[in-house]
Every structure is written in C-alpha cells, then in structure tokens.
Design a protein around this ligand. Structure first.
Ligand code: ZN
Length: 307
C-alpha cells in the first residue's frame, strides 16, 4: 500500500517534471525563432518628416535613414534602404508627400543597409555615386547577382555639382573615411548636408577597413564638414538624429581625445592588449552587423603604420 502510494506520487511527480521540462524546452527552442521572425518580418514602418525647405528624412523600414529632395517636377532620392520591400514601401510613402516621378538616386556609400534595397527598383532611374562606391559594390554583385542591373549608372571623383530643378547640390568626397567612396551632399541654400554614415553620436563611428576606411580620414572629413562654406547648420545621417555644428564638434573632440590616449599609452610602450584593456569593454561600433575591431584598435594600427 505504502509502496503503491509512493509509486503513484513518484509517477505523478515524474510526469509533471517531464511535462514542465517539455514545455520549457519548446519555449526555449521557439524563443529565437519568434525573435527572428519578428525582426525579419516587421521592421518599423516607414515614416517621412520634413527637415527643412524641400528636404525630407525617411526613417523606418529595413536599413538606414534615407532622404529625398522634392524638385519642381521630380523627386531626388538619397540612399535605398536594405530590402526590396522597404524600398518599395518608401517610394509609395514618398508619393503621399510629393507625388512626382523619381529622376535621380544618389548613393552616399556602398554599405548594404544603404544600397541593397535597389533590388526593388522597377523603373529606369539614373543612379549616381562616387567611383569607389561603384567599385566597392562589385563584390556584393557576385553574391547578389540581382544587384547587377542597379549598379550606379554614373560616377564622379572628388566633387560634382548638380542643379536639381533649382536646388544646388554640391557632392564631395574628402578621401577615405567611413569607406573609400563616401559622398557628402551639401545643400548650401538650406545650410544642410546629407553625410551618409559620417555622423554618429553617443557611440563610436564605424570605420570599414575592408573598404579602405580610415580613422584619420574620418577625422579630416568631419573637420571639412564644419569648415565648409557657406556654414552648414544641419547634418543628416544614416543612423542618428539630425545633428548641429555642436554635435559634430563634440564628435571630433571625443575622437581626438581617444587618439591622444592611445598615443600616450603607445609612447609608454603599452601593447594593443594593454590599451584595449585600459579602455574597458567597447560596445560594438554603430551599425555593424558583423564583428568589427573596436575603434581603439583601428586608431592603434593607424598610429603604428604612421611610424
Ligand atoms: Zn555605412
């Protein structure tokens, strides 16, 4: 009797244990799937806000912020989101604000979150980028052949001036910075610049060594943005809110401070490992989807290469 009671309560206990652990295992197994499918299927909705004059920022969707300029008869788009769906959704939203045909797309640089959405382009539109951006997109075409038809149709080097239906755009490349083909679009009459991934605040900027980006080039480019005449007041970028001159100056000061600390420690004979440890665990640079070296490591290498 005692034995059978024990047996039946043991049985009930075992059965409950199996049930609880089965539920737990199923839940654990489903968690990444649920998260992944939420991320993959529902990026934040596309939203459009006027920045200044005829310049608009397009947030949401998959990929970086994009921008458009409404001309008299056409729209001009800057960057192209990351997926065909987000690109098409963006074009539809633009039509609600400015129902004009699209005449030109300018790419700020070659990163997937700025260009891969071009797969959703269904009409023939001129695509303009820096020559190096075109060249940096070629390896991606090997992996994604559907990008072949939407490579930039026109390239420039150093600078290019465009009169877009009364809005003067001055495209500049100040040498390798975030990548080797960064374009900054200055819009002098609005005292505004669209700077791609050249402006981050609150976190380290991302420098793509595999696309010949450089820390010192990044610093130089930020300074050129501040020195530009007429003086620019609004800096629009792919992964941050609109910034003013103060934020750009603070970013430069913060980067120079980091450079000086690395320089000092190198003069004291510290190794890269010592320096990295002294800076503590560094959050991954903004916008990085794959593991990239922290900024202090890039600064260290560039200072070392200069010697
Ligand atoms: Zn980028």
């Amino acid at each position: 009797m005692v034995i059978s009671i024990l047996n039946s309560s043991t049985f009930r206990f075992m059965a409950r244990l199996v049930m609880v652990s089965t539920v737990l295992i199923i839940c654990l197994a489903m968690m990444p799937i649920i998260n992944f499918s939420q991320q993959a299927s529902s990026p934040p909705p596309i939203s459009i806000e006027k920045v200044k004059d005829n310049i608009y920022i397009i947030k949401g969707g998959s990929g970086a912020n994009c921008f458009f300029i409404a001309g008299r008869k056409h729209n001009l788009l800057v960057d192209a989101k990351m997926t065909a769906d987000s690109f098409r959704e963006m074009l539809a939203e633009i039509q609600k604000t400015s129902p004009l045909p699209l005449r030109l797309i300018i790419l700020t640089h070659s990163d997937g979150d700025h260009v891969n959405g071009l797969r959703g382009l269904q009409e023939k539109v001129k695509i303009l980028s820096h020559l190096k951006t075109y060249q940096e997109m070629l390896p991606a075409v090997e992996q994604m052949p559907e990008l072949k038809d939407i490579l930039p149709t026109e390239t420039y080097e150093e600078s290019k001036i465009i009169d877009f239906e009364g809005t003067r755009l001055e495209l500049k490349n100040f040498g390798p910075a975030h990548t080797s083909g960064d374009t900054i679009i200055f819009i002098p009459q609005s005292r505004t610049a669209i700077v791609g991934d050249l402006m981050f605040y609150g976190r380290d900027p991302l420098i793509h060594k595999h696309k010949n980006g450089t820390f010192f080039g990044y610093l130089k480019t930020l300074q050129m943005m501040l020195d530009y005449r007429p003086e620019i007041e609004v800096f629009l970028s792919g992964h941050a809110e609109a910034a003013g001159r103060k934020e750009v100056a603070e970013l430069i000061a913060g980067l120079k401070d980091k450079e000086n600390k690395v320089r000092e420690m190198m003069a004291q004979g510290k190794t890269l490992e010592d320096i990295k440890a002294a800076f503590g665990p560094q959050p991954p640079p903004a916008g990085s989807q794959v593991r990239r070296p922290p900024l202090v490591e890039i600064i260290y290498q560039e200072l070392k290469d200069r010697k």
